[in-house]
Design a binder for this molecule. Structure first.
Ligand code: AMP
Length: 707
């Protein structure tokens, strides 16, 4: 609780010292839960200067701030030093921000380095370092920075009007000049205490031993400081563990205590430390409690969220030309717009190919949504069971059964989450579909649980299609690709990197390493074969570039199952310097029964993978988004679209499998087999590499990049 008197004192001192005039303009950008916002609002209002409000959140976006300063001719503004450091990386500040005459820093230590960078970019503006805790009405000391100084320390100056600063030792005696002590604040600025926290108030707000004034108190800051011989104060750090991150006061101990409440954590330590870009981050180190991890109950929360997706998308009153092909909810992450129908039709066709190859008669589809697959498949089936956690989606499908000429007894509709297999017959279905919903599952364990049940429901020889799985190894590439697409050309690279990082941190959907499915194959004897398929489509959508389908086959009767041909002749795209023409010539002349090519640069994601690498390696990064775009443009010419090899192989009479390279997520592998042979599935995970036969050469691992 601060007094009106203290705030007025602070504002009047400011006007007395700086003399803001009506022809000046102050930027208000600090969120109003921070005390700095008080002077940003009231100082211009008191003096008749112009007040410009930044958009909410704008204080974090230095590109936006520079534009706003230029457009509004801002003269005075505030920065916490860490944000000033970021802002100073903005291009062309000299031309864009010539109106700025006064920059006020407070909230964290202002370093010599930031001061120097400021003066290098702003030739005429003044820079101030103010210090003070919220408990004492905003700021209690002030310092004007010198342009030409070799002093490596930026002091916090002297007390402002009607304010006293004491630097005391542990016996509450004033510390001698240049000797560190704890900083205490006295005078009109001292607040009234913490609301409803009498004990804490008594600990921090003490009777002032240096005055006879009745009721006067001093505030104990916890800051270490010393008086310099020139009469100014130097800030030295904290007496406790409190840290400042982007101007926020943080007690790492509070975070440690919260992290430790989690059952899987045995111990935790939290520190504030610079990341690779020099920005301060909180990092929590934990010692896991391994016993608890195994016994953790699975949460059903995100599944409920999945249920509400229907409300978000499908129930929109968007008219659909064909209700049996309801494309509501197909929103591009790049444009935020509905995806074109042709792209979705191609996607649907590609998804249906392996299902139709199975000649399905009894299907169970988990997560049928508005029935795009159901309406395409159910007509040819004797039974089509479909479930979805969204009652609205199931009602939609039921409503349109007649239009799709489906009899109600042919289609059984269930409202339930994916893991509810009650009343689902075992060993019954020839095809089970879990398409484009796995990313809504809460954990990989949940997926595993669903797949185990799905396998029980499957008849021998049956197949589970897990469609549209987001590739974990390409998650960063995906977010980079979207952010790069959306960014303005002059967006500084550090902000692009920050946006990607934020997307990664906020990512809530499940992404799966293709090796997860390979591991299933090794641990569950019921699973006879696992295939990972890259999508076939001429459209470079997020579905075709960053997602894949997994096909899991249940063992048929072993006596009747065909033996798999294992004699694959393997070649390496990069080391063997292959080209499409060279490969075609080889397949035509040699006519191998089974030929595989590994580590072919994937034109669909290569550019994004290169962008990821450039963004992650600071010394070589370009400085703006436009420069990054220039650097990566054309790099995908080194890549091959998987469909080109698929088309080429098929034109020569081969059956073609295309999957991700286990070595490098920006590459793919391809396997050509004669239709009369039974090909092995393409290896999915590294350990299988060693088993490859053919060229007789062990496959070297190029790199194990994830993007
Ligand atoms: P707040 O209440 O959020 O303003 O935080 C107050 C704390 O921020 C102080 O106790 C100091 O630890 C730190 N602080 C504020 N201004 C400065 C400054 N100019 N230099 C160093 N530390 C500062």
């Amino acid at each position: 609780m601060n007094s009106h008197r203290a705030v007025c004192n602070r504002l009047l001192w400011m006007q007395d010292s700086f003399g803001l005039t009506p022809d000046e303009c102050v930027l208000q950008k600090t969120p109003f839960s921070f005390d700095v916002s008080v002077w940003e609002f009231f100082w211009p209002l008191m003096t008749g200067a112009r007040l410009v409000l930044a958009r909410p959140g704008g204080h974090r976006d230095s590109h936006y701030l520079a534009e706003l300063i230029a457009a509004q001719q801002i003269s005075t503004l505030h920065f916490v030093p860490s944000m000033l450091r970021v802002f100073l990386q903005e291009p062309r500040l000299e031309e864009r921000c010539g109106s700025v005459t006064r920059v006020i820093c407070s909230g964290e230590a202002l370093t010599f380095d930031i001061q120097q960078r400021f003066f290098a970019r702003f030739s005429a503006a003044h820079l101030y370092n103010m210090y003070g805790p919220t408990e004492a009405a905003i700021d209690v000391t002030a310092w004007e920075c010198y342009r030409d100084t070799a002093d490596p320390v930026v002091p916090i100056g002297r007390p402002i009007a009607n304010t006293k600063i004491y630097i005391l030792d542990e016996h509450m005696h004033p510390a001698p000049l240049e000797v560190p002590g704890e900083l205490y604040i006295g005078g009109v600025a001292v607040g009234c205490g913490y609301h409803n926290r009498p004990r804490l108030t008594a600990e921090r707000f003490l009777p002032d031993p240096f005055t006879r004034e009745a009721g006067a108190r001093i505030y104990r800051t916890g800051d270490l400081a010393c008086w310099r011989t020139d009469g100014h104060i130097e800030y030295l750090g904290r007496t406790d563990f409190q840290v400042k991150v982007h101007g926020f006061r943080i007690e790492p101990g509070e975070i440690e205590a919260t992290v430790q409440q989690h059952p899987t954590v045995r111990a935790a330590a939290v520190v504030a430390r610079p990341d690779s870009t020099g920005d301060t981050r909180l990092v929590a180190y934990v010692v896991p409690n391994t016993d608890a991890v195994d016994s953790l109950p699975t949460t059903d929360e995100p599944v409920q969220e999945w249920g509400s997706i229907y409300d978000l998308y499908y129930r929109q009153d968007a008219p659909t030309a064909d209700p049996l092909f309801n494309t509501a909810g197909w929103i591009s992450s790049y444009t935020g717009q509905q995806m074109p129908e042709a792209e979705i039709r191609t996607w649907l066709h590609d998804t249906l190919v392996p299902v139709q190859a199975q000649q399905p008669r009894r299907v169970y589809e988990i997560g049928c949504g508005t029935g795009m697959l159901l309406f395409a498949l159910a007509g040819g089936c004797s039974e089509y069971w479909a479930s979805d956690p969204a009652g609205g989606a199931i009602a939609y499908v039921r409503q349109h059964l007649a239009q799709a000429q489906l009899a109600p007894e042919q289609v059984r509709l269930l409202v339930r989450p994916a893991d509810d297999f009650s009343d689902i017959p075992q060993g019954y279905f020839d095809t089970l579909i879990i398409n484009s919903v796995v990313h809504y599952f809460p954990t990989a364990d949940y997926l595993l649980h669903v797949l185990r049940q799905a396998f029980k429901a499957l008849a021998p020889g049956g197949m589970v299609l897990v469609g549209d799985v987001r590739n974990m190894h390409l998650l960063r590439a995906f977010h980079t690709s979207v952010q790069l697409f959306q960014a303005a050309p002059d967006l500084p690279i550090h902000q692009l990197r920050h946006r990607v990082q934020t997307q990664l941190l906020n990512e809530e959907q499940l992404t799966i390493d293709p090796a997860f499915f390979a591991a299933l194959h090794h641990t569950d004897p019921q699973i006879a074969r696992v295939e990972i398929r890259l999508k076939r489509s001429p459209y470079p959508t997020e579905h075709t570039r960053f997602r894949y389908n997994a096909l899991l086959y249940k063992a048929a009767d072993p006596a009747t199952g065909p033996a798999v041909d294992t004699g694959v002749h393997w070649r390496h795209w990069q080391e063997d310097e292959l080209t499409i023409d060279g490969l075609r010539a080889w397949l035509t002349q040699e006519q191998p029964r089974a030929a595989g090519v590994t580590d072919i640069f994937n034109a669909r994601v290569l550019t994004d993978a290169i962008a990821v690498n450039l963004l992650l390696r600071p010394p070589h990064t370009p400085t703006t988004t436009a420069e990054l775009r220039r650097q990566i443009s054309g790099t995908n010419q080194r890549g091959i679209d998987p469909d080109r090899l698929r088309d080429m192989g098929e034109s020569l009479g081969y059956t073609v499998q295309v999957g991700w390279s286990p070595n490098d997520a920006a590459c793919f592998d391809v396997l050509f087999t004669r239709p009369d042979s039974t090909p092995p599935p393409l290896p999915i995970a590294d350990p299988q590499r060693a088993n490859r036969s053919g060229s007789g050469r062990a496959m070297p691992t190029i790199r194990s990049n994830r993007y």
